[in-house]
Design a protein around this ligand. Structure first.
Ligand code: AMP
Ligand code: GLY
Length: 428
């Protein structure tokens, strides 16, 4: 098979690494890729949102399957464009991608299908939104309706913070159209987990449960980011909880979408808060999590191609995944200043020392290859992934490897996995 992966992050590097091991794969392409991806795939200089040019490329190169990484391409309708040309592509159509690209759509779907989530109200008018904030009081959560690269949610602890958030989104329009409509919801308390499944609109094939670390700094402090690290499997998700999430969240979501005439094909990712009242949905994504998938794929013993292919063909009920009895830890190395302004073009030292080490991977995100050297070329630069018999071992491997590499301004969290590592083995 000739497979085209669309995107340029650590998620896409990890997908290509896994695909490169499949006996079904003849040739891999990636558009637009990054510095590290060039070692696994032919890099194509077309942006991930240039959907017509990507479809043209796929048609000309006889691509058998395209796999979409980022949400923006899905929200733009890349799947519809490919399907119109008779090209096979893993991901939901534009109308179904609304589950991620419109939070009000997602919340109304949850309400209709009785899927547990925070109490909420939707506003198109700033004055009404402010009145509601005053009526409910704090803490309270304000969310932009549209895609904001993970920055559209404000958990407000004071009234002025909450009213300021309404103003920033609706009056100052810092996220343009994405914030013209907002969701105001109850603040939930608990531990967060990411449940990611493959789906063909009927069946859900679960991947290992994982946990992300959205805040920049140790102790879950500082601003929200795209994700500073992850691990899998998340020990907090035992068999009982897994079954509950499948029955109360995942399957009702998939069947609800199909019932609405919006069958979801590809990935369903539910970001959950494990509250004292049971798991509740914080958000949905319709693509693999980044950095979660970097910690999940090295645990997948079986081939990834059947999962992707069977989801596209609507026969996922026949697919099975085999998993390593191991754990994975992923630590993100970011540029100094991220998620705010940051400089790029810093030489990354020591990467060659990690090459071919067992149970260790350096998945590239924002990197560029320049005359044999790797340069930082984005906010999140590298994902260092360690695998071990236990989570402790996996983290030890990842953090030891980080000691071997560096670039000017490099920042990373030293406490990825703190929740799981505090949990005694076998604890519920
Ligand atoms: P979202 O943009 O909905 O994915 O939210 C981003 C982050 O904000 C989540 O990962 C949570 O940490 C936090 N968050 C979102 N909604 C709530 C909520 N209702 N209660 C508490 N925290 C929330
Ligand atoms: N790691 C969070 C996300 O992929 O949205």
């Amino acid at each position: 098979m000739r497979i085209l992966v669309i995107g340029s992050g650590g998620r896409e590097h990890a997908l290509l690494w896994k695909l490169s091991q499949s006996s079904e794969v003849d040739k891999l392409y990636c558009a637009p890729g990054n510095g590290g991806i060039g070692e696994l795939a032919e890099v194509v200089d077309v942006g991930s949102e240039d959907v017509e040019a990507l479809a043209e490329f796929a048609e000309n190169q006889d691509i058998d399957l395209a796999v979409v990484g980022p949400e923006a391409a899905l929200a733009k309708g890349i799947v519809d464009v490919f399907e119109k040309r008779g090209l096979r592509i893993f991901g939901p159509r534009k109308a179904a991608a609304k589950l991620e690209s419109s939070k009000s759509f997602a919340k109304n779907l949850m309400k209709k299908y009785k899927i547990p989530t925070a109490q909420f109200a939707v506003f198109d008018d700033a004055q009404a939104a402010r009145a509601y904030v005053r009526q409910l009081g704090v803490p309270i959560v304000i969310k932009a309706d549209g895609l904001c690269a993970g920055k559209g949610t404000i958990v407000a602890h004071t009234l002025s913070e909450a009213l300021g958030a309404v103003d920033l989104l609706m009056e100052d329009k810092i996220f343009k159209q994405a914030g013209e409509r907002i969701i105001i919801e109850e603040r939930l308390i608990g531990e967060e987990v990411s449940i990611i499944v493959g789906t063909d609109g009927v069946t859900a094939l679960p991947l290992a449960a994982s946990q992300d670390h959205k805040r920049l700094l140790d102790g879950d402090k500082g601003p929200n980011t795209g994700g500073m690290g992850a691990y899998a499997p998340a020990p907090v998700v035992d068999d009982v909880l897994s079954k509950q999430v499948m029955e109360e969240v995942i399957l009702p979501t998939i069947h609800g979408m199909t019932n609405e005439g919006l069958a979801l094909k590809g990935v369903l990712y539910a970001g959950l808060m494990l509250t004292s009242d049971g798991p509740k949905v914080l958000e949905y994504n319709v693509r693999f999590g980044d950095p979660e998938i970097q910690a999940i794929l090295p645990l997948l013993k079986s081939d990834l191609v059947p999962l992707l292919d069977d989801a596209v063909e609507g026969r996922l009920s026949l697919t099975q995944c085999a998993w390593e009895k191991a754990s994975c830890a992923c630590v993100v190395l970011a540029s100094g200043g991220y998620p705010g302004e940051f400089a790029i073009g810093k030489e990354i030292r020591g990467l060659e020392r990690l090459k071919d080490k067992p149970d260790l991977w350096a998945f590239h995100a924002g990197t560029k290859k320049d005359r044999g050297r790797f340069l930082s070329w984005g906010g999140r630069v590298l994902n260092i992934v360690g695998r071990g018999a236990t989570l402790e071992e996996a983290f030890k491997r990842a953090y030891e490897a980080i000691g071997e590499i560096g670039f000017d301004g490099m920042q990373y969290r030293k406490d990825i996995g703190h929740r799981a590592l505090k949990r005694p083995v076998g604890a519920k």
